[in-house]
Each structure stands twice: as structure tokens, then as C-alpha cells.
Design a protein around this ligand. Structure first.
Ligand SMILES: [Zn+2]
Length: 328
């Protein structure tokens, strides 16, 4: 097989278990009326396009919109969870609701998409830590503690000025998530809150959709110090395709790769993955217009000389490691 053919077919990509740690497709389905089951000309992601793009496991976030905060977050989370189940049921043989490592792997082995349920916004817990256990019973695999604003758990990056850390309730939430086997997601959390989580969490955490601040200075990205701490914690950060988080100007595939390169150079290949934020980012970068373009990342990593083992880690192995370790 010639070099060129190898790049065209990207066999590593379609053989690897590819995991995407974040999308907002559920909200897009709710708003537009499109479904996961049908290939759509709108939005970035659906099950047929995931198949084409070789994405095996997708985290589907239930994003709590501002109009539901602070007091109707739990209600909205339940509505979103219901929509998730409706979509997965309607998908028939195409997708499986996967709540842990074993279920993800068995879905992938049977050629089905592993659909993972996550929540973006700790408002889903209201003010009661017992809701962590209820979310576990509902099959939630990860919860983002905040969005950009303040909530009962912590401050988001939009509240950076106050320097707020975790509240007492926030500490209880992280401890209960550790005990219950739900992954703590620090994307959107303020830096002070991040450092608090690092002290409190006994388990690896994720930043499901955050890039490197050293490459693109945006408040949603992680500093080198944060990335080093993330590595020590055993966690993973998923590369976000939002143009503003990728590059100051002219965001494209190469820009996303620059974040991966920086993180691998800084903390090695074990702590980065994909967290596209598809359907939550407006226009996607050039070369990554929708989920069908995912193989382009693999081709680029191959071209840059990444070995197969490291490519598999970045494509999904790192997220799978954390899931295996944290989620019972
Ligand atoms: Zn987000």
C-alpha cells in the first residue's frame, strides 16, 4: 500500500475506538426538530454522520440553558435526559445507551454507536447532594460542575473576577461524584475552582471540551500549570473545535492539531482527546466542518509522525482509561 493510499483510508482511525467527549446535539435536536437517527444537512453531528466519521462513542451533553437557571435546572436536565432516551430508542440498531466502560466496548464491538449521557451544568443537582446519586441511577456518566456563570457548586470562568472556589456544597458534590462513580468535568469552571477540584477529587477528572491557553489565550482554555496538574491527576482534556478557542484568527484543522501538539509536548500523550463541541460552536473550523471530517485529525497526526499507540490514545484511549477508572 502506498503512502497516499494509507492516508486516504486512515485505517488506524476506523480501527481505533474514537471517543468525542462533548457535543450539544441534543439541544439542537430539541430546537430544530431534527433527529439523531437521520442524516441531516443542518448541524454538525448525527448517527449516520458519526459512522462516516468513524466516531464510536459520543458524549451527548444535556446543556441547561440560562432561562432555566437557577431554579429549574433539574427540571430541564430531566427533559433533556428524556429527549436523549427518545433519540436513542428511535435509533434502533444504530446506537446503544452506554453507561460504563464495558457497555461502551460491547456497543463498539457490535458495530453500534455508544451513546453516553452527560450533563453540562451542576444546576441539575439543585441544592441536594442526593441528586448526584439519582443522576447516577439515570446513567449519567459525567457532570460539568458549572457553565460560565456562578451556581451553588462553584464559579464559572465568567465569574473569574471574584476568585471563587468550590462552595461547601461543591466540595460535597465532588466527593459524592467520586463515591458514586460520576466523572467530574471542569470545562467552564473558573481557575480557582479548578484548583479546588484538584485538591478535593480523589479520582481522575476531565475537561471534556477545553484547549491549551498557551496556544490560544481564551478564558475557556487551560493554562500550562492546569495541564500539568491534570496530568498528575490522571485526567484528560478534550480538544474543542470552537473557533475562538482554537486560534485568535483563522481557525482550522491545523489549529486544533497545534493544541494537541502543545499538550503532548508538555505532559505526554496520555491526557488529551477529542471534545468537539459540535452543534454548540456555531461555524466549525476549516477542515473539520462536521463529524464526517474526524479522520482528518488522524491523517494529520500520522503525517506528523505520531505512532499508532499514541494516536489511539488521543482518539479515544485516554477518555476510555478515565471512564474505566472512575465509572462503576
Ligand atoms: Zn460548553
Amino acid at each position: 500500500m502506498s503512502h497516499d493510499e494509507r492516508y486516504c483510508t486512515a485505517p488506524v482511525h476506523f480501527d481505533a475506538v474514537v471517543v468525542d467527549g462533548h457535543c450539544d446535539t441534543l439541544l439542537d435536536c430539541l430546537r430544530s426538530g431534527r433527529t439523531l437517527r437521520e442524516r441531516s444537512s443542518s448541524g454538525h453531528l448525527d448517527l449516520p454522520r458519526m459512522k462516516e466519521g468513524g466516531v464510536d462513542c459520543q458524549f451527548f451533553a444535556c446543556y441547561i440553558e440560562g432561562s432555566y437557571k437557577p431554579d429549574r435546572g433539574l427540571k430541564r436536565a430531566l427533559q433533556m435526559i428524556d429527549r436523549f432516551h427518545t433519540e436513542i430508542r428511535a435509533a434502533g440498531d444504530m446506537a446503544v445507551f452506554a453507561t460504563n466502560y464495558a457497555k461502551i466496548m460491547s456497543a463498539v464491538e457490535s458495530g453500534k454507536a455508544a451513546a453516553v449521557l452527560t450533563i453540562e451544568g451542576g444546576e441539575c443537582l439543585d441544592t441536594d447532594v442526593s441528586n448526584v446519586r439519582i443522576m447516577k441511577q439515570l446513567g449519567v456518566l459525567a457532570i460539568g460542575l458549572t457553565w460560565n456563570e456562578r451556581n451553588m457548586i462553584a464559579d464559572g470562568v465568567g465569574e473569574e473576577r471574584t476568585g471563587g472556589r468550590l462552595t461547601n456544597f461543591g466540595v460535597e458534590v465532588v466527593q459524592e461524584m467520586n463515591r458514586s462513580g460520576i466523572i467530574v468535568d471542569v470545562s467552564h469552571l473558573s481557575e480557582a475552582g479548578f484548583w479546588d477540584v484538584m485538591e478535593v477529587s480523589q479520582k481522575p477528572i476531565i475537561a471534556s471540551h477545553s484547549n491549551a491557553k498557551a496556544v490560544c489565550n481564551h478564558r475557556r482554555n487551560l493554562t500550562d500549570e492546569q495541564l500539568i496538574a491534570l496530568a498528575k491527576n490522571g485526567g484528560v482534556t478534550g480538544m474543542n473545535f470552537a473557533k475562538d478557542f482554537v486560534a485568535q484568527e483563522d481557525a482550522d484543522l491545523a489549529g486544533v492539531i497545534r493544541h494537541i501538539e502543545h499538550i503532548c509536548a508538555l505532559i505526554g500523550p496520555d491526557h488529551t482527546g477529542l471534545g468537539s463541541d459540535f452543534d454548540g460552536i456555531g461555524e466549525a473550523p476549516r477542515g473539520l466542518e462536521d463529524v464526517t471530517k474526524m479522520p482528518a485529525i488522524t491523517k494529520e497526526l500520522e503525517r506528523l509522525g505520531y505512532c499508532e499507540e499514541n494516536i489511539r490514545k488521543i482518539l479515544g484511549g485516554n477518555f476510555l482509561r478515565v471512564i474505566k477508572e472512575v465509572v462503576c
